[in-house]
Design a binder for this molecule. Sequence first.
Ligand code: F6R
Length: 361
Amino acid sequence: DMGGHDTYMHKEIHEQADAVDRVLRGRIDDRFSTVHLGGLNLDAREARQIRRVKILGCGTSYHAGMIGAQMIEELARIPADAEPASEFRYRNAVVDPDTLYVAVSQSGETYDVLAAVQELKRKGARVLGVVNVVGSAIAREADGGVYVHAGPEVCVVSTKCFTNTTVAFALLALHLGRTRDLSVRDGKRIIEGLRRLPEQITEILKQEEEIKALAEEYAAARSMLFIGRVRGYPVAREASLKLKEVSYIHAEAYPASELKHGPLALIEPALPTVAIVPDDDLLEKNRAAMEEIKARSGKILAVAHQDQEKADQTIVVPKNEDELDPILMGIPLQLLAYHTALALGRDIDKPRNLAKSVTVE
Ligand code: F6R
């Protein structure tokens, strides 16, 4: 049932405020400025002994994991990174007893992720799941975890589950942080930020008509570049993946800081750039990158917290706490991908060559 929408993708994009509400529900503990995650199976002593966090997932879930790794480093001050599960399982990685492994998956059935989890468990590692589908293979195989509670996602291309997964990681990061050395003040600040998310998502989705007009303009592009740095980079990666999956326009994501090491050679009027420009410590650096692009007659669409004069157009999104900004900044670009695909007459819910869950190698 599409509930009045023409596609599941459109429906699922518009369900995100409710979905985020669900992942937060019943988990916030205002007394201790933390969150309770019932299924984690990790006591405080164990949480304090973790030396590293390694996050494993594929595709969109890997991108959500990149955001999660940054949140865990920032809030819990534990070194953390994300890697495609499909790479990890083939490189005979060193399995470390003091590392917490986290497997991320919407379906809970992706074979590369499941195989990585099984290999880790065989070697005695502790593995948590950040999974949407309750009772799925990865959820069963993991030692514990956080359910994402996005609800059923039917469109092959993931949208609401991506957003909810990033929120689930914020909860995990806050929990680990408050069990370790994150202050009460910062705990409160993050909780207040989390509570603002559903309303801010609704605000973003109200800009659909404007984003649709932009999409109709960009649908003529043969290729697009997505840039961001630190918090903006995984957002750029995910936006680039969304555009190529659903519109079949070639897109590439790059850290803004790496532009001068190669990709600047590509800049010309026919290659538009989408720049993720959060209002954080790196704002000036991002403005400088946009200037480099403008100087070479590149066209720029910015996603930012205030209008960017270096950009040709800006989609303004509401500001949250710096650490939580990545949760929101990709949402307008889901709509951009959607309306680009619509303008090009693509099969939005079932892009060619793709399957909703990849249960084979
Ligand atoms: C992107 C997409 C894929 C999946 C990937 C992992 O829109 O749908 O990239 O994210 O195949 O799937 P899950 O999360 O089910 O493990």
